[in-house]
Design a protein around this ligand. Structure first.
Ligand code: TEU
Length: 562
């Protein structure tokens, strides 16, 4: 049996940040039993899959992106049997489960790193990481000038077993996240084995952390440019730690592992059983990113150019067109994303003046976003995104219109970026606030004790799920409507034709897999736009929309009446 459209080509995937979605045991940190109990909410929302940020054993130095054991669950989140129960319940509800794989680095508390420290220079144990002798007299200087993505240097010097200052190890992120050496065959086979471990437990796929970072340029040449590739003034430049050609061979071998669970050449191949991988790769230009989604590599890659595009019709149009063209050239679907656990939530980001560089957190002393404008634009932005063909990612709480916490006290900040930059970068805590379910419950329903690992702002109260369910004008009901129409009209698997209206109006028509046509029209100008004749409004991001006009910062879905 074969399906015409494999599920992952048009899936809407909901990102759960396990620390902050639902807390079953009331300790203030979310957990797997909490998630399992709340899964019916996602089935009702109408998404196809969940992606869970890491839940593995971890000292939580980077909120779980520092893994000490890839084959077990951190006690703060539960146990392996809790994971099994979660996967089984999700499947029962028709939801697929994608887990996060962190292959660029381990925790410094991983057994391999501990063994590397103990074994000494030149050992096989050290070769699984990137250890080098220092420069200068006594090796007191780092081996090169790389900086960490989180601020400060990318190298840390260790003490050898005899207590003397010794070699340096590379960490592109926190000091507690040593980079693995992907030239080492043991590293390669270990991760193929980890993939199998989770595939055998029934997961449907992997979101792969820092997929552009595993292989470093030979000789580790100096690099003084920006550490985020999307910030490069010249996008054809390639920093020595990102997007090296050698990464692709790794992903081809992983794809073979995944495909082995549903062999294409075997009788009984069913694309509904496809196991998939999505690359988190901050790579520009789109043609370079498209190399990650060639037919024998990843199924999807996050489209961060889209997330970064300013609220301007021409920028959005150009980004959408460039992404589709680059992915079409390799036969891959494009994915769309507006928010995740690393960026300021779009309901706040879009309330900043157009053209503001994407901030790394917003604090009480910073210019505050215009919340009303941000909320309005966020609804429009999601209405645009969910009309686009391909896959889409929703970050927990965006369906409620949750804003960023923009007034967190510094003492509660946990993102290592904050300390590593001495507060110059506030970091990502403001988008990781525990979810809000019920206005009048402790911690807004996150648990029943009222404890939360980060404080929830009071403005979350009125945005709680129970305040929005069944309220036609709410953000939650808008998302539900969009997801229902998207599915019913076959939009995700459809094809896009641009509709020329006005330079400040973004508009395209999707011919869905059902044959129906849906026109998306987003008004990014300062004046209202009249709905084109022969069309009626199917969904309106503006709860006050009158069916004849599209107000500024509003997006509508239209169907033909004639
Ligand atoms: O993020 C990778 C990454 O490069 C981000 O740090 C990104 O550059 C930055 O957040 C943009 O603002 C992944 C995870 O998503 C992140 O949570 C982890 O901290 C990081 O990897 C290290 O594992």
């Amino acid at each position: 049996m074969t399906n015409p459209t494999p599920w992952w080509r048009d899936a809407v995937i909901y990102q759960i940040y396990p620390r902050s979605w639902a807390d079953g045991n009331g300790d203030g940190v979310g957990d797997l039993p909490g998630i399992t109990a709340r899964l019916p909410y996602l089935a009702e929302l109408g998404v196809d899959a969940v992606w869970l940020s890491p839940f593995y054993v971890s000292p939580q130095a980077d909120a779980g992106y520092d893994v000490a054991d890839y084959r077990d669950i951190d006690p703060v989140f539960g146990s392996l049997s809790d994971a099994d129960a979660l996967i089984a319940r999700a499947h029962q509800l028709g939801l697929r489960v994608i887990v996060d794989l962190v292959p660029n680095h381990t925790s410094d508390e991983h057994a391999w790193f501990q063994a590397a420290l103990a074994a000494g220079p030149g050992s096989l144990e050290r070769d699984r990481y990137i250890f080098r002798d220092g420069d200068g007299a006594d090796g007191a200087l780092p081996p090169n000038d790389w900086s960490s993505v989180f601020g400060g240097g990318a190298w840390t010097r260790i003490r050898e077993a005899d207590g003397r200052p010794g070699q340096w190890y590379l960490h592109l992120f926190d000091v507690k996240q040593p980079d693995l050496n992907w030239e080492n065959p043991q590293v390669r086979s270990e991760f193929e084995d980890i993939l199998r471990f989770w595939l055998d437990r029934g997961v449907d796929g992997f979101r792969v952390d820092v997929a552009h970072g595993l292989v470093k340029a030979k000789g580790l040449p100096d690099w003084s440019g920006p550490m985020n590739m999307l910030d490069l003034p010249d996008p054809t430049q390639r920093p020595p730690m990102w997007d090296q050609d050698g990464v692709h061979e790794i992903y081809r071998s992983w794809r073979a592992v995944l495909d082995g669970y549903n062999p294409r050449d075997a009788e009984g191949y069913d694309s509904a059983r496809d196991r998939v991988m999505c690359a988190e790769a901050w790579v520009d230009p789109p043609e370079r990113l498209a190399r990650y989604v060639r037919p024998d590599e990843f199924h999807q890659a996050f489209n961060f150019d889209y997330l970064n595009a300013p609220w301007q019709a021409d920028s959005l149009r150009a980004t959408i067109a460039a992404s589709l063209a680059a992915d079409d050239a390799v036969g891959a679907p494009t994915t769309w994303v507006l928010s995740n656990h690393d960026v300021v939530r779009h309901a706040s980001r879009l309330g900043l003046p157009v053209g503001t560089a994407r901030p790394n957190g917003i604090g009480a002393d910073d210019t505050q976003p215009d919340q009303e404008l941000g909320a309005r634009r966020a609804r429009a932005a999601s209405t645009i995104m969910l009309a686009l063909p391909g896959g889409a990612y929703i970050y927990q709480g965006e369906e409620l219109g949750l804003p960023e916490h923009t007034a967190l006290p510094d003492e509660v900040r946990q993102d290592p970026t904050f300390a590593r930059t001495a507060g110059a970068e506030l970091g990502r805590d403001g988008c990781r606030i525990p979810m809000t379910w019920e206005k009048d419950s402790p911690a807004y329903g996150f648990n029943d004790t009222g404890r939360t690992w980060l404080p929830q702002p009071t403005e979350f109260a009125d945005l709680a799920v129970d305040q929005q369910v069944g309220v036609a004008a709410s953000s939650l009901e808008l998302y539900r409507r969009l997801l229902t129409e998207r599915r019913d009209r076959g939009i995700g698997g459809g094809s896009l034709t641009w509709a020329d209206v006005d330079p400040d109006v973004l508009s395209f028509t999707i011919r869905g897999t059902t044959g129906e046509q849906t026109t998306m029209l987003a008004n990014l100008s300062a004046a209202s736009v009249t709905i084109p004749p022969g069309h009626e409004v199917l969904v309106d991001s503006d709860p006050d929309g009158d069916g004849t006009q599209v107000a500024p910062d509003t997006a509508v879905w239209l169907r033909r009446t004639s």
